[in-house]
Design a protein around this ligand. Structure first.
Ligand code: HAM
Length: 430
């Protein structure tokens, strides 16, 4: 049943959240499978962290003046008065797990990936949900710019396997604690001169989080941001060289990118490289498929040691939506090989046992014992894209035979029931 056809019920799914229905699972399974295989190919190890975390982890990690912390967290207080939140992102959780589990004594870089839900109390719209799913990748303990480029390469690798083309990387560098303060001063001077023309949110940002002035979506503010001083012109030598190298690696990989001097990302921990990857046709709309960057100071902020790191997260809901929008065919590897059609009382009885024998022989078999007509059952078999339909009716049950129908070739043949396993094996070999 589609979401549209559901009737108004007394209880409804919470606003901005949704059920992922059985017919959609095919897409989700495929995307998660490609993500996991690609993560392994790029030598990431899987880690699962709790959905609930201490609130302060994000206040400190993500940043007190970010939208996520100011407006979007789902808060709860436990009976023991602990202040917890539903995780709004993975990165601080992964850093916490890295520190808490003593990963700092492992050989570096430590490469970790996770797949799971995140929760943000945002205004719901297409592609933006209050419960969404991310595949998150972190590389901890390496400052070489090649890793920044390799993460972008990984995203394109995943998309290629899913048949997703026409993507564009938006990239910027937001400097480090040496060069950013100088840039911030310049930016604030520029915005003070334009103070009367910026929106009320930007008036606040000017005091609390000036870099975010650059990615305000208000049309007046967009025009002001276009003329603002660019951070690229203020980078120190270290950040400048790092950024140049990332771009050179992307050129080498033939990954398409555009420099976006207004890309600052909405999370406080970033240093140097930041990036988002968008579908080409959606450019300009708020629909990034993934986003990430370097966060060389977060581990020190949450722990003690100065350890550089870089990572990104993919919005799986948006990937699934894009696959559907672009009508990319996903073929399920788990589709059954055989559909067992049963007709009449005797046929049904004998099919029950045969169903088990076929499964035991290792053939993925489907059936619909509640449907009685051959037409209805063959229609289901067709939809499932099975290779063979086996038809066991009253006559066959009495004769000790069965009809084997090749759904691809359209041919059919009657064979002895006790030879059916052999007959299927013979046909698969052909
Ligand atoms: P983010 O840009 O907030 O970064 O999220 C990454 C991706 O998650 C977005 O590009 C988008 O595709 C998806 N996403 C985020 N919020 C929603 C939503 N409400 N509905 C649907 N999709 C959404 C982070 O979360 C960082 N932790 C990424 C990172 C990892 N940076 C370094 N390491």
């Amino acid at each position: 049943m589609s979401n549209k056809s559901k009737s108004k019920n007394k209880f409804q799914v919470p606003r901005g959240m949704r059920d992922i229905l059985p017919e959609e699972q095919l897409y989700w399974e495929k995307v998660k499978q490609v993500v996991s295989l690609s993560a392994k190919a790029f030598e990431f190890k899987k880690i699962d962290t709790p959905i609930l975390e201490e609130k302060d982890l994000f206040v400190k990690g993500t940043g007190i003046y970010t939208d996520i912390v100011e407006k979007e967290m789902y808060n709860l207080t436990t009976k023991g008065r602990d202040k917890l939140v539903l995780r709004p992102e993975f990165t601080p959780s992964i850093v916490r797990a890295y520190l808490e589990n003593g990963f700092s004594s492992l050989p570096h870089p430590v490469k970790l990936y996770s797949i799971g839900p995140i929760f943000r109390y945002e205004r719901p719209q297409k592609g933006r949900y209050r419960q969404s799913y991310q595949a998150n990748f972190e590389v901890i303990g390496e400052q070489d710019p090649v890793i920044d480029a390799q993460l972008i390469q990984l995203f394109f690798f995943i998309c290629k396997k899913l048949g997703l083309k026409k993507l564009i990387t938006q990239i910027n560098s937001i400097g480090c604690s040496d060069c950013r303060p100088g840039y911030k001063k310049k930016l604030m001077n520029y915005y003070r001169n334009n103070k009367k023309d910026i929106c009320s949110d930007c008036q606040k940002r000017l005091k609390q989080n000036p870099l975010r002035l650059l990615d305000c979506k208000n049309i007046k503010c967009i025009n002001i941001a276009k003329e603002a001083p660019q951070i690229i012109d203020c980078l120190c030598d270290n950040c400048n060289n790092h950024f140049k190298s990332v771009l050179e690696y992307l050129d080498e990989l033939e990954i398409p990118y555009i420099l976006n001097s207004c890309l600052v990302r909405g999370l406080d921990y970033y240093t140097k490289t930041v990036f988002e990857i968008w579908p080409e046709e959606e450019n300009g709309r708020q629909i990034s498929l993934c986003g990430g960057g370097r966060y060389d100071k977060l581990i020190k902020l949450l722990g003690k040691k100065d350890v550089p790191a870089v990572g990104f997260a993919i919005g799986l809901d948006r990937i699934v939506n894009l696959i559907k929008e672009r009508k990319i065919k996903i073929i399920s590897k788990s589709a059954p090989l055989i559909f067992l059609v049963q007709l009449g009382d005797l046929g049904k009885k004998k099919s029950l046992k045969l169903f088990e024998e076929l499964q035991r022989a290792g053939f993925k078999t489907a059936s619909s014992f509640s449907k009685n007509t051959i037409k209805a059952q063959l229609q289901i078999a067709n939809k499932m894209n099975v290779r063979f339909a086996l038809i066991l009716g009253q006559k066959e049950a009495i004769d000790g035979s069965i009809v084997i129908r090749d759904m691809i070739l359209g041919s059919q043949e009657v064979v002895p029931l006790n030879k059916i396993i052999k007959e299927i094996k013979k046909r698969i070999k052909k």
